[in-house]
Design a binder for this molecule. Structure first.
Ligand SMILES: Cc1ncc(COP(=O)(O)O)c(C=O)c1O
Length: 349
């Protein structure tokens, strides 16, 4: 189905006004508290949005992979800012060394092996600490020890970072994860002091917890989703539907089965993230009573739940549950009269 000239559904549209407002709002939030903003650019994977964030005042970018850092390297170097690979990086040192020739790089470490890799590549590190998610990161009390290992090898240590991802739950979870984050970063900083080292950067954050940040401890925030927002953030009460800047435009391709319609947006564009606190596989702003109950790769089955539904051939917008997953599945984003390439797509290592 052809909706925008030359573009077939399903495709993603970005509302540039909403995007700009989200970027400005998070920057202003951080500025007011004296916190540096280092947006996680794995959410949007596009140079255009990264540029907007840097122009708004971001101190640099966060990425999840060296491949993403390679895509953003020139933009970051031009802006004279650095990149944090907030991940226990395991790529060959030569590749990190090449990247470091193009842009200032800081990599996450949570082991002596990670420190050795950074030392071989000649890049700086930030020590990752666990604040309750139990994914990666050392015990905050041990952070200083690892920092001392790095310092002994001549590796510059920027500080510590943590990811309060257990704040992705309804109710008081975000506030409580932000408190865990502050405690972990404070403990980590204390362990640096005990090791005779300075802990200049205490980095935290994700989109749901950002609003609860303890500015007395945290010096830097790394939210990613905030720029585009998604149905998860709406369900958590972090964003309103009007704050969502990206929607998947789809077409009703079947209404043959009673009580439902089928969209051409399935798992290969919406992704499969469906936490317990969201309803269905994405929101349908024009049909709020309806629910995307099931997805196959190219089918999104909408249960109309007894209400009116879109006609066969109608174009319908979907707010995806997790925008990072959707962007990762797309080659480009339609942003008004521009088309933005998802330049870091597939850069998974
Ligand atoms: C290490 C790290 N920092 C920051 C973020 C950004 O959080 P969010 O996607 O909730 O904005 C993520 C997201 O996965 C992450 O893994």
């Amino acid at each position: 189905m052809w909706d925008r000239a030359g573009v077939s559904t399903p495709y993603a549209v970005v509302d540039r006004d909403v995007l700009a407002a989200n970027v400005a709002a998070m920057q202003a939030f951080c500025d007011r508290r004296g916190i540096a903003l280092r947006p996680h650019a794995k959410t949007h994977k596009t140079l255009e949005i990264a540029r907007l964030q840097l122009e708004a005042g971001a101190v640099g970018l966060t990425v999840a992979t060296v491949g993403e850092a390679e895509v953003y390297a020139d933009l970051l170097a031009q802006a004279d800012v650095d990149v944090l690979v907030a991940y226990p990086v395991a790529v060959p040192p030569e590749r990190l060394r090449d990247l470091a020739r193009r842009v200032r790089v800081v990599v996450g470490v949570d082991s002596a092996q990670g420190v050795s890799r950074a030392a071989e590549a000649g890049v700086a590190v930030s020590v990752e600490v666990d604040c309750g998610l139990r994914r990666s990161g050392v015990d905050p009390a041990q952070a200083g020890l690892l920092a001392a290992v790095a310092a002994a090898r001549g590796v510059p240590v920027h500080g510590v970072f943590t990811f309060p991802g257990h704040g992705y739950a309804p109710g008081a979870a975000a506030a409580s994860a932000a408190a865990d984050e502050a405690r972990a970063l404070a403990d980590a900083a204390e362990s640096f002091t005990a090791a005779g080292l300075e802990c200049a950067v205490r980095s935290g954050g994700c989109t749901p917890t950002a609003g609860h940040v303890d500015a007395g401890v945290v010096t830097e925030l790394r939210p990613g989703v905030y720029a585009l927002q998604d149905a998860q953030q709406v369900a958590l009460g972090v964003a309103a539907l009007e704050d969502v800047a990206l929607r998947v435009r789809s077409t009703v391709v079947s209404n043959a089965v009673a009580g439902q319609v089928v969209l051409d947006a399935g798992a290969k564009v919406l992704g499969t993230d469906r936490p317990a606190y969201v309803e269905g596989h994405g929101l349908l702003p024009a049909y709020p009573h309806a629910r995307i109950e099931r997805v196959w790769e190219h089918h999104g089955v909408v249960d109309l739940r007894g209400g009116a539904g879109p006609a066969l051939g109608e174009v319908v917008d979907v707010v995806p549950n997790h925008v990072c997953a959707t962007v990762n599945l797309l080659d480009e984003l339609v942003a008004g009269d521009e088309t933005w390439r998802v330049a870091a797509r597939g850069r998974n290592s």
